[in-house]
Design a protein around this ligand. Structure first.
Ligand SMILES: [Fe+2]
Length: 482
């Protein structure tokens, strides 16, 4: 049966409509011919739990021959059961496998698919087509595409030209100055674009852009204890402020309502991080720094659960995601019963509250690239946190921050957390965005010469305390507590 005759039959047309209602975006021509010649295959496709967004003939052949393997979204997941514990890692990273060239393709394809699925759900993205289809459109009607930004150029009058690509091809996008978010677009992120195609289909004149964004989240009802969020101790640095740590320990002894401490990385200062770092160190080996950090952890009340992730100064792989500390460095922490080490980043469920811990190394590149936050995010880190939530990615610009190209992209924010905890900036801030509590914890390290040169103003000794029953939080300034 020819395609035209096939679509004339009501039952076939209805099945094709049902396929598109299931989130399918493209059925390629060859695949459509294949599908129209095999009604059993059509039924098999509709019976799938999750239909891929793009239907190719290879996929259909695999489906027909039962050789199709669904892509799992949670290869890295360590979904340990609660088993009497009140916490579990919802998603933590375990991979130490070496990278292969093929990983890059899988990595970016995964990123594109995961983020474009979020965009397709948006009502503005209803009539999205693939880039390769644009040249075939005869009329000059408004259309939408979803693309990964390959590069950004700006001309003298402030208009921006993007090259974006999807799995079918690439196109130039002209972003006029009337689009206020044009300065927020960064390379390698996935965005939705609405606009009119130019003659020949080689350019799209945008009139709106969309980020994957988060949906608002509500706080689950329940009685829970308090949590403290800290980071960036930099043990081993001459600037580590031991008196602040001692005040923190005394405060914890008095505040029995606190049952959890979250530490978002840079637990030690490390060695060889920059030229002549040894001149700024009190402790010159990282093994010894970790031993001393472990000693400080043992000072925390034993009925408090401590969660630790790595930062860029810690002895771990220097590309993100960072797994747990390698055995040789993490050994001293293993002996501490009330301490759990997770990957950077990690999603942790604590008594029904989903906490996303990320050190924040990508902030430097993101703050530099985004015009609207460039001049103020080092004082208000929550502005950078909001950008990552909008982009649904913890490190959108590949290469600005070192990223390990796994077959899946672990840095995609698939799940919206209740709490987003970061460090790295050494500046405390507390805010919320669409119900997500934004926690940027301060530091125990005094201002360094490097930070002074950059004009940064760290807030040593200021940390966040949160009532996990309702999310109410406040900043405590230990530098003022005697
Ligand atoms: Fe730090």
């Amino acid at each position: 049966m020819g395609l035209e005759a096939f679509m004339k039959q009501d039952s076939n047309r209805e099945k094709v409509e049902r396929i598109f209602q299931r989130g399918v975006r493209v059925i390629y021509e060859e695949a459509f011919s294949f599908l129209s010649s095999d009604s059993l295959l059509m039924d098999k496709l509709l019976a799938m739990d999750k239909i891929p967004s793009e239907i190719t003939s290879t996929f259909l052949h695999n489906l027909k021959n039962n050789t199709y393997v669904a892509e799992k979204d949670d290869l890295f997941q360590n979904n340990t059961k609660l088993d009497g514990q009140k916490y579990r890692a919802l998603k933590t990273y375990l991979n130490w496998d070496p990278v292969t060239p093929g990983n890059f393709i899988s990595h970016f394809t995964y990123r594109y698919r995961a983020l474009s699925q979020l965009l397709w759900k948006r009502p503005q993205m209803k009539n999205t087509i693939s880039i390769s289809q644009i040249s075939r459109i005869k009329t000059r009607e408004e259309l939408s595409i979803i693309g990964m930004v390959r590069n950004i150029r700006e001309n003298k009058d402030g208009r921006r030209f993007l090259t974006v690509e999807d799995l079918s091809g690439s196109i130039t996008i002209l972003i006029p100055t009337t689009i206020p978010e044009r300065g927020d677009i960064v390379c390698d992120e996935v965005i939705g674009i609405k606009g009119f195609p130019g003659t020949g289909g080689g350019i799209l004149f945008a009139n709106a852009i969309f980020f994957p964004e988060i949906t608002p989240i509500t706080w689950p009802v329940g009685e829970r204890p308090y949590a403290v969020f800290i980071s960036d101790l930099h043990v081993g640095s001459k600037k580590f402020m031991v008196e602040l740590w001692e005040r923190f320990i005394s405060w914890l002894k008095e505040h029995k309502e606190v049952k959890y401490v979250f530490i978002a990385g840079d637990v030690v200062d490390g060695v060889g991080m920059y030229y002549k770092q040894n001149e700024h160190l009190d402790i010159e080996t990282v093994e010894e720094q970790m031993e001393v950090f472990a000693k400080y952890m043992k000072q925390i009340r034993h009925d408090v659960k401590i969660f630790v992730i790595s930062g860029n100064h810690d002895p771990n792989r220097d590309s993100e995601p960072q797994p747990v500390f390698p055995e040789v460095f993490g050994k001293p922490l293993k002996k501490i019963d009330n301490l759990e080490v997770y990957s950077n980043p990690s999603w942790i469920d604590v008594e029904g509250i989903n906490i996303l811990m990320y050190h924040g190394t990508s902030f430097d590149g993101v703050i530099d690239a985004i015009e609207s936050i460039r001049n103020n995010a080092y004082h208000r880190p929550y502005l950078a946190q909001i950008q990552l939530l909008k982009k649904r990615h913890l490190s959108p610009i590949f290469g600005k921050n070192k990223i390990f190209p796994d077959k899946q992209d672990f840095m995609v924010i698939n799940k919206v957390p209740h709490v987003f905890h970061t460090g790295h900036i050494h500046n405390v801030s507390l805010s919320s965005y669409k119900g997500v509590k934004l926690v940027s914890s301060g530091t125990f390290q005094n201002i360094t010469d490097f930070q002074e040169k950059l004009g940064h103003e760290p807030t040593p000794g200021q940390f966040i305390v949160m009532n996990l029953s309702d999310g109410n939080s406040k900043i405590i300034d230990f530098s003022r507590i005697q």
